[in-house]
Design a protein around this ligand. Structure first.
Ligand code: NAP
Length: 627
């Protein structure tokens, strides 16, 4: 069954996590009694939530070693539904409802997905319906692979000189994925060779590049080509797309327009007065380049969100002073694996030990996604002075505060500033990559007085103090709510996206299709962000599947035009807005970029991953007008 050096096998069994090892053992031997033996010791999906006694763990490892030596076929390769459900529940110490089984089988890789290609092949075009995809990031690459498989001729316009999108662009020190990597990957291209549990941007960019190479995506891409505008020609049911290249402007046409530009594509520098007078250098994290020199400089870091908490600890050793300007404190949680390398033994287990990788991925899926969802629901009878929203949320909060207090022990001044004044999950919860240890350093100052203006020598605070600095790093996020900007997109009757969405009120059915914009599909559009966890690549796969099936529906009905029914889109919006009101992001104590100026959540979806996965399995023909 398995060929490997005995030492490597021993090392792998020692290093690999005990729960997925047990699940492997059960599937290889068919002996379910192991499940009963470990079940009482598992309280959650993460490895640190199990307390399998050492003697039992040693027995499991020994039994597996013996099986590997013996070789032979696995006796429980395809467990029936009930057995699989029972195993899933044991693996994460929770009830896993049967509704998850089809998703888990497809997404976690228990069986190869029928939806996505395992190998590169190009289907002959099955009709003259063609598509333009804007952007060759994780979503655009996924769309190209699937369109190719479905025989949909397409071109991708990409403003950069290579694929990768956000991972190509973001080069600030410390930039890495903050979703567990073995889950943050295409389900159809699992990578068991990730160097880290949370790999650096270069590794993720390389991965997307390698997937693109394997599926020959670059052949469909026009690089250094930025889409400026798109206009729908109603007579011909065609999108006319204007692009800018270094040769000037060009116009291209296709029936279908798919935007795959994401929400986090246009860096936002807040309109703080006086920036033009600043004598030093300033940079946005998303625009970082090699020319920025922070060594031995006095640096101000504005913002304490996902980018800031990575760039701060990564810069701290190089700078003379680091002044952190905090508007609101983030929830930053213990993350033991954040800097750890995946050991060779563990990589071997992921690659070679039957079923191990699937179980490991399932644990990540559960621990990092829907398993958390109940903690986000506002309990209307819960009253905790804006600190938490339900009993589970309160327990999580206690653990998070305890962690902050431990990390900042002896520094009550810092603890007071660092504990957020809103419930956990109100904003993205961040994995600690050295944030609190950085705050304790002598040359670091956490400033929570607010910024009044920028002056030639630095930043003047509302209290009057001037923070003198040489470099200002803006880790201040993106123009997320102004989706699709700065492209100008005009639909039926010349109505533009900005006419309909304004600056910050985007709306789309399932986040993808909008009335008056026939044949337009938006990937990672309005209310699709995953606020409780999950992976943006999972989201991309759901949406790309859906779009492909919509185009299939057009082809099978020989339709030229596809448009969501107004009443369907409106009803969806009403239901979604109601759902959102019951979730933590809407809590009055939370101020975040998830909300637009009028307080409506426009970024996140209120659904569990399973709900969105089900909703995007196939379009409902009754939802659309086809002609
Ligand atoms: P962000 O999380 O929105 O953080 C922006 C920060 O800037 C916040 O602390 C915000 O304060 C502050 N800010 C904004 N305007 C300000 C102003 N006028 N004055 C003072 N402070 C101001 O942005 P981000 O860190 O770039 O992250 C955005 C998203 O990108 C993340 O949620 C995540 O989805 C993604 N991301 C992912 C990774 C990863 O996977 N590793 C890394 C980075 C980013 P308030 O909190 O008070 O609003």
């Amino acid at each position: 069954m398995i060929q490997a050096d005995a030492n490597l096998i021993r090392q792998a069994l020692d290093e690999a996590d005990i729960v997925p090892l047990t699940m492997s053992l059960v599937q290889i031997t068919g002996d379910r009694s192991w499940l009963d033996r470990i079940a009482p010791h598992i309280r959650g999906a993460w490895d640190y939530m199990q307390s399998v006694p050492d003697a039992l763990a040693a027995e499991i490892r020994q039994a597996l070693a013996a099986e590997i030596e013996k070789g032979g076929e696995a006796r429980l390769a395809n467990p029936d539904q009930d057995t699989l459900q029972h195993m899933l529940g044991v693996a994460v110490g929770a009830q896993v409802s049967a509704e998850y089984i089809p998703l888990i089988i497809e997404q976690i890789g228990f069986q190869p997905s029928a939806k996505m290609p395992q190998e590169t092949r190009q289907a002959a075009p099955r009709s003259d319906i063609s598509a333009i995809i804007i952007g060759a990031g994780a979503s655009g690459v996924c769309a190209s692979i699937r369109f190719r498989q479905a025989g949909i001729p397409h071109v991708i316009f990409e403003k950069n000189e290579d694929v990768g999108g956000t991972w190509f662009e973001n080069r600030y020190p410390g930039c890495a994925v903050d979703t567990p990597n073995h889950f943050y990957q295409y389900s159809f291209e699992p990578n068991n060779d990730w160097p880290n549990y949370y790999s650096r941007r270069e590794s993720i960019n390389d991965y997307i590049g390698a997937v693109a190479r394997k599926h020959d995506v670059r052949a469909a891409v026009r690089f250094r080509t930025e889409v400026v505008s798109a206009r729908y020609d109603e007579q011909r049911a065609m999108w006319q797309v204007q692009v800018r290249t270094n040769q000037g402007l060009e116009t291209h046409e296709a029936n279908i327009l798919v935007t795959a530009v994401g929400q986090l594509n246009r860096p936002a520098i807040p309109p703080i007065p006086g920036l033009e007078d600043f004598r030093g250098t300033h940079i946005h994290t998303a625009a970082w380049h090699d020319g920025i020199d922070i060594r031995n400089k006095r640096v101000a870091l504005i913002g304490t969100g996902a980018s800031a908490i990575q760039v701060g600890p990564a810069m701290v050793n190089d700078v003379a002073e680091l002044k952190i300007l905090q508007r609101s404190a983030p929830w930053v949680v213990r993350s033991p694996n954040i800097h750890r390398l995946v050991t060779d033994g563990k990589k071997w287990a992921l690659k070679e030990l039957p079923f191990y990788a699937q179980w490991y991925r399932f644990q990540l899926f559960w621990g990092f996604a829907d398993g958390l969802f109940p903690a986000l629901k506002i309990d209307p009878n819960w009253n905790d002075d804006n600190r938490s929203i339900n009993a589970w949320n309160a327990r999580l909060r206690e653990g998070m505060v305890r962690y902050i207090e431990r990390e900042l022990e002896g520094r009550p001044d810092l603890i007071e500033k660092a504990v957020p004044d809103y419930p956990p999950y109100g904003k993205r919860v961040l994995a600690d990559c050295g944030w609190y240890k950085m705050l304790r350093r002598d040359h670091v100052q956490l400033i929570d007085d607010q910024i009044e203006r920028i002056v030639p020598e630095g930043i003047r605070l509302v209290g009057g103090e001037v923070v003198a600095v040489d470099v200002i790093v803006f880790a201040t996020g993106f123009h997320a709510a102004k989706m699709l900007w700065p492209m100008e997109i005009a639909g039926r009757g010349g109505v533009t996206i900005r006419d309909v969405w304004g600056d910050d009120n985007p709306r789309a059915y399932l986040g993808m299709t909008a009335r008056d914009f026939p044949n337009l599909f938006v990937l990672y559009g309005p209310n699709t962000g995953l606020g409780h966890g999950g992976s943006a690549i999972f989201l991309a796969e759901c949406q790309v599947n859906f779009v492909t099936m919509c185009i299939d529906m057009m082809r099978s009905r020989q339709a030229r035009e596809f448009e969501v029914r107004r009443e369907v889109a409106d009803a969806y919006q009403t239901t979604m807005d109601e759902e959102l009101k019951g979730l933590v992001w809407s809590h009055p104590a939370v101020r975040s970029w998830y909300k637009n100026k009028s307080g409506r959540i426009v970024i996140n979806q209120p659904w569990r991953l399973i709900d969105y996965w089900n909703a995007t399995r196939a379009p409902n023909p009754d939802d659309y007008e086809l002609s």
